[in-house]
Design a protein around this ligand. Sequence first.
Ligand code: NAP
Length: 308
Amino acid sequence: MTFIIKTDAERSPIWSRLFAEKMPEQPFALWRDDLAGEHVRFLATWVPPKDLATRFPKLEILFSTGAGVDQIDFSILPPGLRVVRMVEPGISGGMSEFVTLQVLALHRDLPTYRAQQAEGLWKAKRVWPASARRVGILGMGELGQSVLKTLQGFGFQLSAWSRSPREVEGVACFAGRESLPAFLSNLDILVCLIPLTPETRGILNKELFAMLPKGASLVNVGRGQHMVQEDLIAALDSGQLAHAMLDVTTPEPLPSDHPFWSHPKIWITPHIATMTQPETAAEHVMDTLRRYARGEALRGEVDRSKGY
Ligand code: NAP
């Protein structure tokens, strides 16, 4: 019943130590390329190996080492294999910090002041209270709800969009494609925090940008493939969008000659909005293994039919 994790050199020893300390009865191993066999029942990795089904024929749970699962090719997984993603406070805390940073930067006009600095221009704009800004989140899952909670503390006018109806106090909630125009028509800042699925690929496109009020800004912390790149450039150049903060791009890393790098209305970060924190992620995995042994529902289990 071995659990195996494939992670980076910095985080591997932390996982080993935490399992040895807190779940010594659970056989544990770090990934090696020659590992295989029926004793492997639980695997945590970012991208599973192509020969997963034959290499680990008795695998019971595949853990994604991140919050997303779009990097997994579900067609190579045995049909009954359960997939669990990281739902842990390290990821949600990091995402809340980062989106708050970007929303505050837009709210307080930092892109304008960076541009003015390049020209040696000292020119103040009116400072508006947060309560005057309308911020909307595409996605009301683990991360979207964590971000909403943090933004509420500043007093922004908040709304959010999900697939199925949700209720969050103090947030105007919208659900389903038909409500997208109403959600978008009332925003100054749009944050993309939905998973990448066949339904959401390319959702950040010219039709969506046209539904936003002219001069709205965008923060993309979802996935690069949510964005139709030429539509973003056109919307920024026409003034339909004022600014875009991109933490995710296609491809990653973004090639140094890509037009996004030098666009005056785009700020880029290299997919660092948040990261899995081994200390809290190990707790999530150990809790999942214990729940699984007791036959209970698993937190963060992916609905394979929906792809997230
Ligand atoms: P989650 O808990 O699964 O929540 C996903 C949310 O998106 C849910 O509210 C879901 O609606 C909504 N959604 C999904 N498909 C939709 C559709 N077709 N139409 C409308 N709403 C839809 O996911 P999460 O943990 O919050 O993570 C979200 C994403 O963040 C991840 O998938 C990943 O791509 C991204 N991420 C980025 C970074 C980074 O560093 N940039 C780090 C971690 C994660 P329902 O509520 O109806 O299910």
